[in-house]
Design a protein around this ligand. Sequence first.
Ligand SMILES: [Fe+2]
Length: 376
Amino acid sequence: MVPEIIFGRGTLRLIGESARRVGATKVFLVSDVGVVKAGWTDKAARYLREIGLEYEVWTETTPNPKDYEVDHGRDIYLETGCDAVIGLGGGSAIDAAKAVAMLATNGGRIYDYEGVDRIARPLPPLISVPATAGAGGEVTQFTTIIDTKRRVKMIVGSKSLVPDIAIIDPLLLGTVDAVLTANTGMDALTHAIEAYVSVAATPITDVLALRAIEMISSSLRASVASRTNMEAKASMAMASLLAGIAMSNAILGAVHAMAHPLGVLLNMPHGEANAILLPHVMRFNLIACKERFAEIAEAMGERTADLSTRDAAEKAIEAIERLCLDIGVKQHLSEFGLQEQHIQELSRVAAEDVSLITNPRDATVEQIAEIYRSAL
Ligand SMILES: [Fe+2]
């Protein structure tokens, strides 16, 4: 499952034409505060105006979007008579845009659609324009929204949530700060690695995931180091896209299952939670897929020729830890306020997360708790 993809510097200007092409007359433009501040939302609105389209800008989403936010967005969409949705922003804005579009034509509450393939009616035309490189929502069949009553991150998965068009303009990445560039880049790397070792991986997703790992290993440091390195930004934007397609089809694993409850409990940035957990989960998974880890090490530029498969596999974990150190991501969950007393409940929630189904090694609640402890 893949949307139509428009990729390249300056392609944001095609947003009006693209919206018209999918039949929009009035666009519900979902964006976030950071992207508004950077000036991209105004620019997009101007392109819509220039082509004669009406629009309504909605920026009430927050990182880790909540159920009541998307309900409110859906109300405004319907009240203002919009007939298409554009998500322009980070992963959260794109997830919120998908949820609003889904609720607008399917009715009910977001909980009614938790799980896979429960969306019956077609969505309004949907366009995604990512302003960070990593979350992958621009191409995936998923949206993740917090159920505030049950305090869980719900995953809704359906072919209908794959946007009609994804516009990927690396210029937008030039206004993202180093911390967010690092965190979102690690989210993309986690997508690629979890897709590559997923029990649902296929030869098609393998090619995409491995190439994404190579590109992230060679360009994430440079992208974090400089806002103006457009070559590195373009490489990260493409890697995010490839990793997104790979994980939308091969699904995820224990890193995401364990990161989701951290987003609810500590409101931890998704990429940062993944970055901290990734090496710990890989150590746990190693006995299930050491050959694949050895291939990951090679894709990350490690010398593996004279090594045993086991030693080569460990090189992949070391390479990831070195990358995290170089780009300055935090290394301990305790830095975000996680305490031993939280671990049992987190582990119970993580064990129920659908992402765990495709993890290469089965994990009990106790084993998940041990992994959290190792990352404390
Ligand atoms: Fe992710």
